[in-house]
Design a protein around this ligand. Structure first.
Ligand code: A3P
Length: 338
């Protein structure tokens, strides 16, 4: 495969974040120290490495980034797109799809030089609070427009510049909450091998999840989408599994880049679906080897890629208990997971 080319000056976004970072390790400026004192004073839940902040239990390592975003993150660039999720809902897939859709002018999805063939989707689309916690805030500023970024922040915690700015669009993805738990447990066990599913389950029932209470996360974006469907697109992983081509078209329409009839006839939608499919991404060398940020191997983002794994992990009592809580919390929202 051809060597990666650095984005040129004046390039049109999105471009792979990793290409922008390049070898600029020296340019890192971490907000960690600035916020370290505040973070260490917050109540903690060590089992899941969480801290209690603004009424939510959140991943400790993301807190410096969250604080920095809340204090000063101003996208203000027309065309910015933020992909949001509570985590373990297909964010990786959505990143790949959104990148392939928005960058299709520069990179044909059928090309053997496509960035997604050499980079993990998380290296193409920066996870804002993680990247900023790691000191890459300056590099996010450097991304050419339109920028494509992601967050696990709850809607209520977003700064106005993302939540209210009309030029900044938000695409949210979630899934059946029980599958979020199962996927999160498998993921988190990579760094906490002794963690039992029971422990993750009990914590989640108590509102302790990696990105705050799951139901609050989902309802926040659901309500934001209902209030302003031009600004927030609400996607569900299971719908994406059922009919990815339909969701790809929906995504392109929402982002203001609908597929032309020429593109449709050329099979671009099918090419994007194929490029970003679970089987294809999982089989790529870069996703079998290599490590994305925060000590998680690239391979850990591609586990089963199916719906309903909770059926083999949860007892009938667990299902009953969790479904009851979720139903109660989501009561009146009109949102139901089939
Ligand atoms: P499972 O653990 O249920 O297999 P996130 O990207 O938000 O961390 O979510 C990870 C989940 O999305 C994992 O679910 C993973 O297997 C699944 N996933 C990742 N890429 C996918 C793809 N291209 N198609 C379908 N599912 C995918």
């Amino acid at each position: 495969m051809a060597a990666p080319s650095k984005p040129q000056h004046g390039a049109i976004g999105p471009v792979p974040f990793k290409d922008v970072i390049g070898d600029a390790m020296a340019q890192r400026s971490s907000p960690e120290e600035e916020y370290a004192g505040v973070v260490s004073s917050l109540p903690s839940y060590p089992k899941l490495r969480l801290r209690h902040y603004q009424g939510m239990w959140l991943m400790e390592y993301t807190l410096p980034g969250i604080m920095a975003i809340q204090r000063s993150f101003v996208p203000r660039r027309h065309g910015d797109v933020v992909l949001a999720s509570p985590g373990k809902c297909g964010t990786t897939w959505l990143k790949a799809l959104a990148f392939a859709v928005l960058a299709r002018g520069a990179y044909s999805p059928a090309s053997d030089r496509h960035p997604l063939l050499r980079l993990n989707p998380h290296d193409c689309v920066p996870f804002m609070e993680g990247a900023i916690s790691e000191g890459w805030g300056g590099k996010i500023d450097e991304l050419p427009s339109p920028r494509l970024m992601s967050t696990h922040m709850q809607h209520a915690a977003l700064p106005k510049s993302i939540a209210d700015e009309p030029g900044c669009k938000v695409v949210y993805i979630c899934r059946e909450p029980k599958d979020i738990l199962v996927s999160a447990w498998h993921f988190f066990r990579i760094i906490e091998p002794d963690l039992s599913f029971q422990e993750v389950f009990e914590a989640a029932c108590d509102g302790k999840f990696l990105t705050g209470a799951i139901w609050d996360h989902i309802i926040g974006y659901w309500n934001a989408c209902k209030a302003n469907p031009e600004k927030v697109l609400f996607l569900v992983y299971e719908d994406l599994l059922r009919d990815p081509a339909n969701i790809v078209r929906k995504l392109a329409d929402f982002l203001g880049q609908p597929f032309s009839s020429t593109e449709e006839e050329a099979g671009l939608v099918t090419d994007i679906v194929r490029l970003c499919s679970f089987e294809n991404l999982k089989s790529l060398e870069v996703n079998k080897m290599g490590e994305a940020s925060f000590a998680f191997p690239n391979a850990s983002y591609f586990r089963k890629g199916k719906a309903g794994d909770w059926k083999i992990h949860m007892t009938p009592e667990m299902v009953e208990c969790f479904d009851t809580i979720v139903k109660e919390k989501m009561h009146g929202s009109g949102l139901v997971f089939a």
